[in-house]
Ligand binder design. Sequence first.
Ligand code: SF4
Length: 358
Amino acid sequence: MPATYWRTKGEFDTLRPVETFPLLFDLGSRKPTTRDVANVVRTGGTAALTEAERRADQARYQEVACRSALNRVKGMPFEWTLNPYRGCTHGCHYCYARRYHAQFEMNADDEFASVILVKKNFVEVLTRELARPAWTGEYVAVGTATDCYQPIEGHYKLTRGALAALLKARNPTGIVTKGPMIVRDRDLLIDLSRVTTCTVCISVPTVDEHAWETLEPGTAPPLKRLRAVRELVDAGIHAGVLMNPLVPAFSTSLGKVERTIKAIADHGARFVGCNVMFLEAGTRTHFIGFLAREFPAMVPRFEKLYVNKYAPKEYRKQIQGMVRLLQQRYGIGSDRYDDAERDPRSVETEPEQVGFAW
Ligand code: SF4
């Protein structure tokens, strides 16, 4: 049974009884683990995370203790990833990481973008792991599951701490983000680039304002992200753009793709890669729900296009061919990023052909 605590609420300090679950309070100074959080949420929903702090962006942030920082992954072009936060206030409707929130008993809709887990001890755990004799300095990809430069990074600086640890270990590093805040860490990225492999991938699927506002409600404007690319490249860092994902009907027209690639070229990106959106379990439900609310007429077409997780191979080939041609036209490609090697979002299995072209 939940215990009842008294706490103050609001400006006038009105005392009111709050049903909460004792687990988080019984841990003393120890932060809960993600498993503790999942147990609490399973019983009482996210309302039971009474230690979670609400900040100016209206998201709630729950500090947790992680047991490991380096996360081994399978089926990716690299074996290790780092994600200091779980959940992402950028709230992109197509985000494939939405479904991961289910691991913490939270939903892939609002809770993915509004209840963020912060791994408070992330940097010290990573530092220990990188110092282990068994660690062989394999490539580590930062920010693959949720954005490592979402706004709360300005407060916790966990990504910055992780980069400092990777620099100290001279560990090959890649970063994927939509957050222009990455320029804050230019000093570390310059030093990393001097001693090892360091690749920065800024995600800018499109410069089309409508598609951006509609699909990526919490992110910085695309041109602000491209200015970050320019700053990093000018500082000598290997930085480029991933147009991931291109979303059928929203950002795949020739005109929109050409404007985007021209803007990417104008900002000096060292490489560009792209992929067409894919929809997995939790993300699919969220995305179709979003369409049903905002663009109901589109639902049947998306359901036809996404009979499977991936859009049909022929369709993806058409889009990727168009991007390649435009890359050549605008001169991005000689130092092209090999997205099959580094981009986790480029990993695909063969989809079934459904013979549909948008
Ligand atoms: S910024 Fe990345 S991790 Fe965050 S919601 Fe968008 S796609 Fe997902």
